[in-house]
Design a protein around this ligand. Structure first.
Ligand SMILES: Cc1cc2nc3c(=O)[nH]c(=O)nc-3n(C[C@H](O)[C@H](O)[C@H](O)COP(=O)(O)OP(=O)(O)OC[C@H]3O[C@@H](n4cnc5c(N)ncnc54)[C@H](O)[C@@H]3O)c2cc1C
Length: 406
């Protein structure tokens, strides 16, 4: 096993997205020596718009990330096209108070800045691509693009939806096309009617139009997105902002004004895809975290949040462990799977189903669907009550934080 200057075998983390950074921060906090290998020359946020739920905020705080004023605290409602509330997501007051305001709206580069600021020097090696892995029983041999070899106690594949680590462990799998397109952006303009500290998520028969308060570097603003069915083979709209504006105008209120106030270069588009969840992530000394383990539709607004939760849990499970203890490492990674797989699988599947129900329901069923959502407590029960319940349960499951070695 390679040893570090302190004489311990390193944990190699592949990828420096939210999952990789969180894993490294948590491992460092509990006394291990992480090395993050990132193929790009810098940590590159994939886009801008982001909301985070309280569990990742708790995890970030425990990892030593400054969460002060990280985002705009938001209260969330699901509404019909005319603004009628279908579900009111009320996070308990003590959770809102204890975790930076509850559900927060922010821009992704700010999250990266905060996580990088907490990262010890020299943990991340940029411009480094991993080309192969070999679990040799007592360690894992990691081979880099330039031929260098690192022998690690544990390897965490935090290498995103196209994870080579997942393919290495569990074989190739197809991406699941949701046949959905999301166009989103942000602005710091003051737009009449836009409610501060709210996420206003609305659906008409086929389109979702949402805006959320954000805070970024001490400035208040708004992010927004429009989401609709889209053929993955079809070309992207030529003018993203004009396309988004056309959809936003279907929703009375400030959404169209927010799109109009957005600069072209603050507007982005994504096709939504995930991979079907797998029953286990870890094998031997190698495991997965983040999108590599559970690529998730943005319908959950939880992919990055769950990635951060994975890193936190890996830190907890490897705390105090001698990485030369092969049986101990296997058992710790197995406990990590036990704690994370079912929870994240449920989120991935719920996000997939919501996308299908709201955007791919057959046309004759849509009026019935909307009648039920407008006139029964179904969405309130499914989303308005279930989400806060799950958040509270998740916070409890996370326990008392990250403890260093005795
Ligand atoms: C439009 C949109 C909106 C979203 N909104 C939200 C939201 O509101 N809230 C939320 O929680 N989540 C949201 N998500 C989901 C979230 O963005 C992802 O779940 C999250 O970025 C996953 O983080 P990750 O670290 O697992 O992967 P990534 O961010 O993809 O990072 C993987 C890293 O691994 C590196 N890498 C890959 N292969 C190698 C290799 N062989 N060697 C070295 N490095 C490698 C890559 O360069 C990359 O830096 C949204 C996603 C989209 C598309």
């Amino acid at each position: 096993m390679s040893s570090t200057s302190e004489g311990r075998s390193p944990v190699v983390v592949i990828g420096s997205g939210p999952a990789g950074m969180a894993t490294a921060l948590a491992l460092h906090k509990v006394g291990h020596t992480p090395i993050v290998l990132e193929r790009y020359r810098e940590a590159r946020p994939a886009g801008n718009i982001l909301n985070l739920w309280p569990p990742p905020i708790k995890a970030l705080r425990e990892m030593g990330v400054d969460i002060t004023d990280l985002g705009a605290p938001c209260h969330t409602t699901f509404r019909g096209v005319h603004g009628n509330v279908r579900a009111d997501v009320r996070i308990p007051d003590d959770v809102v108070r204890d975790y930076g305001g509850g559900f927060i709206g922010l821009l992704r580069p700010e999250l990266y800045r905060r996580m990088l600021a907490a990262m010890p020097a020299d943990v991340i090696r940029f411009g480094t691509t991993v080309v192969s892995l070999e679990d040799r029983g007592d360690d894992v041999r990691v081979t880099l693009g330039d031929g260098e070899v690192i022998d690690a106690g544990v390897v965490v594949g935090a290498d995103g939806i196209d994870s080579m680590v997942r393919t290495h462990l569990w074989g190739a799998s197809d991406k699941r096309e949701h046949r959905l397109q999301i166009v989103g952006g942000y602005t710091f303009a003051d737009v009449p009617g836009a409610e501060r500290n709210e996420v206003v998520l609305r659906h008409d028969r086929t389109v979702q139009g949402t805006y959320s308060s954000i805070r970024d570097g001490g400035r208040d603003g708004f992010q927004w997105w429009v989401l609709q069915a889209w053929d993955p083979e079809a070309p992207a709209p030529a003018d993203l902002r004009a396309h988004a504006l056309g959809l936003a105008r279907r929703f009375p209120g400030p959404l169209a004004g927010l799109v109009e106030a957005t600069a072209d270069d603050a507007c982005q588009r994504w096709m939504i895809r995930d991979r079907k969840p797998i029953p286990r992530w870890s094998r031997g000394r190698i495991t997965l975290a983040g999108d590599a383990a559970h690529a998730t539709s943005p319908y959950a607004a939880y992919g990055a949040g769950m990635s951060i939760g994975d890193g936190y849990t890996i830190g907890q499970e490897l705390a105090g462990l001698d990485l030369t203890d092969t049986a101990g490492v296997h058992a710790a990674l197995s406990r990590y799977d036990d704690r994370r797989v079912a929870h994240t699988t449920a989120q991935v599947q719920q996000a997939y189903v919501l996308g299908q129900v709201f955007h791919h329901a057959p046309a004759p069923l849509r009026p019935l669907r909307d009648f039920v959502l407008d006139h029964t407590p179904l969405l309130q029960k499914q989303v308005g009550e279930r989400t806060p319940g799950e958040i509270v349960a998740q916070l409890a499951e996370m326990g008392d934080g990250l403890r260093g070695r005795a």
